[in-house]
Each structure stands twice: as C-alpha cells, then as structure tokens.
Unconditional design. Structure first.
Length: 332
C-alpha cells in the first residue's frame, strides 16, 4: 500500500502531545532487549542460547540473520521519531507507508500469536524445542523478546493511527455504501478475486497443519511440532482470511453498513502479515541447513510463496483504493 496519498491540509506542526511522547518512549525502550540480544549474538555471545542448541551449528548464517534483525528493529526507532516529530508530516507518503506496513505485518502476528501460545501452554501444550529434543533457546528469551515486540506493536500502532488520522483521515471517512462508484475499477476487482482463489491453497495447508496433518512438512518440522506450532499455524490462517475479506469488501463494497476503515484495516493488517511472514519464512527456508530433514519441502515453499502473492494482491487493491480516494478529494 505505497501509492501516494494526498495529505490533509496542515496549517501548523505543533509539538507532540504528552500521550504521543509517552508512546514514543515505550516504542524506543521496548526495542532495547531485542537489539541487545541480537548485537550480543552477532558479537559471538551465547547468552540465552543453550550449549546444545542447533543455532550454534550455523554461526555464519546466524550472524547474517541477526544483523538483518538488528536493522529491522532499529527501523522501529526511526518510525517512532517520524510519527512524532513535526518534520515527520513532510515525509513522502510512500516512504512512510511501506515500512509501517512491513512493521505491521511482522509485529501483528506476534501480538496475536504469543498470547495464544501462552494460553496453549497453560492448558498443557508443549514448548519450543529443536528437532532432536534440545532446547532451542532459553525460555526467558521468548518472554523478554516477544513482550518487547508486543509493546512495540501497540505503541507504534497507536502512533501511526494518530498520525494517519491527522494526515489522511479524510480518505476513510464514511460508510462502505457511501463510496462513490468508480473508486475501485475492474482490474482491482480481478485482483481481489484472484487473491481469494489463490488464498485457498495456503489457507488449506495452514489449516491442515494446525489440525495435526503432517503432509508436506519436513521431517525436522514434524518432529519439532509443539503447541506453539499449532498456535502459529492457526494465526497464519486467520490473517489470510482477514486479508482476503478486507480486499473483497473494498473491491465489491461488501458490508455496506460498516465504516470504510474496517475493510481497509483488514486489508492493511492482513496483507502485511501474510506477505511479510511468507517472505520471512521463505527467506529462512533458503538458509540451506546441513541436515536435509530440516530443509523446507516444495509444499512448504509453495505455501509461503502463495501467501506472499495473496498479500501483494490485496495490498494492491488497498493502495489503489487510497490513491483513487485521494484523487477524488483533490478534485472536490
């Protein structure tokens, strides 16, 4: 969703309110635990990593992945500043929308999945281990890191909602049935339908894996399935449904009595989640683990690629919708 948007007129750029300053502080401080751990691991530290963890068998690839993770999480700090400083209102829409969409896509499944994993564990679900049964990471690492991610997601999401309301809120006012004819064209309807059809494959696979099926999973993935695995597969399926639902609602003006921001939010969050996590899982599968049992199978790779395509199609529908409404607002 990176099309250029016409900003609402801004007559002045006041200093951020106390609420926004507090949210900015939370976003920045919540990055510290994750960044500290990742930087320590890049430097060669084993803090939080058991001696028998499989992570220690791939030191070079681990250093590369951790370096990328540091860059991604550092972007949260930059976004928090952009969303709360007066000069942030002058940042081009595409330059801001894309990284926020990526951040939404990466953080929202964690915000939904980690609490669900805790519930599963509370009712006796097993925890994360590697294929051989060893601990993957010390348990405290997940609590510290994911708690930080949830704090980042809440604070950054609130900051962006306030920022977007000030700058672009006029683009999603009103109800779905009030949308003028022509806001979404035939090509976007085709994109929404294609997304719905293509989503059937990854959705079915994720549902089957969430229900206990092992078809298409690597041997290593089968042996390391835990309550966490089933919870995440359920989350992936739900975000696929959210993406397709939001895209179709925008394209065909479904849910006519709903505010426009409802299908737009579904499309934004859903498309970001399935695209970014599909991309992340695809990237992880290209790491080339030494043990062939741990390598992604063709079905796993097709599933991740399929959900990426679905997310991109839905994002295209949402981007076109915002661009068209922006053009309409400029002409009126």
């Amino acid at each position: 969703m990176t099309q250029s948007l016409a900003p609402a007129p801004v007559l002045h750029t006041p200093s951020p309110s106390r609420t926004r300053r507090a949210l900015r502080a939370v976003a920045i401080v919540s990055c510290v635990p994750y960044l500290s751990l990742k930087i320590a691991w890049v430097a060669g530290s084993h803090v939080g990593i058991p001696e028998d963890s499989g992570l220690l068998d791939h030191r070079v690839s681990m250093a590369v992945v951790n370096s990328v993770s540091v860059l991604l999480d550092s972007a949260v700090i930059v976004l928090a500043l952009v969303l709360t400083r007066p000069w942030g209102l002058r940042v081009p829409a595409w330059l801001l929308a894309f990284p926020v969409w990526v951040a939404t896509g990466l953080l929202t499944p964690i915000m939904a999945g980690f609490p669900l994993q805790l519930v599963v564990r509370a009712f006796g679900g097993s925890t994360r281990t590697s294929a051989g049964g060893e601990a993957f990471l010390d348990e405290w690492v997940f609590g510290v890191v994911y708690s930080g991610f949830i704090a980042q997601g809440i604070s950054l999401g609130a900051l962006f909602a306030l920022y977007a309301r000030d700058r672009w809120g006029h683009l999603w006012r009103g109800l779905v049935w009030e949308l003028p004819v022509g806001v979404i064209g035939a090509a976007q309807r085709v994109s929404a339908v294609a997304a719905g059809i293509l989503a059937l494959f990854p959705l079915t696979v994720h549902v089957l894996w969430a229900c206990g099926a092992t078809a298409g999973l690597s041997e290593g993935r089968v042996s390391e399935r835990t309550g966490d695995f089933y919870a995440l597969e359920t989350v992936y399926a739900l975000f696929l449904l959210a993406a397709v639902t939001g895209g179709c609602m925008l394209a065909f003006r479904l849910g006519r009595a709903l505010p426009v921001k409802v299908p737009l939010a579904l499309a934004w969050v859903g498309s970001g989640a399935v695209t970014c996590w599909g991309g992340w899982l695809s990237l992880a599968s290209l790491g080339g683990p030494d043990d062939i049992a741990d390598r992604a199978t063709p079905l796993m790779s097709l599933t991740y690629a399929g959900q990426m395509i679905v997310g991109i199609l839905v994002a295209t529908v949402g981007a076109y919708f915002l661009a068209e409404r922006s053009a309409v607002k400029r002409s009126t």
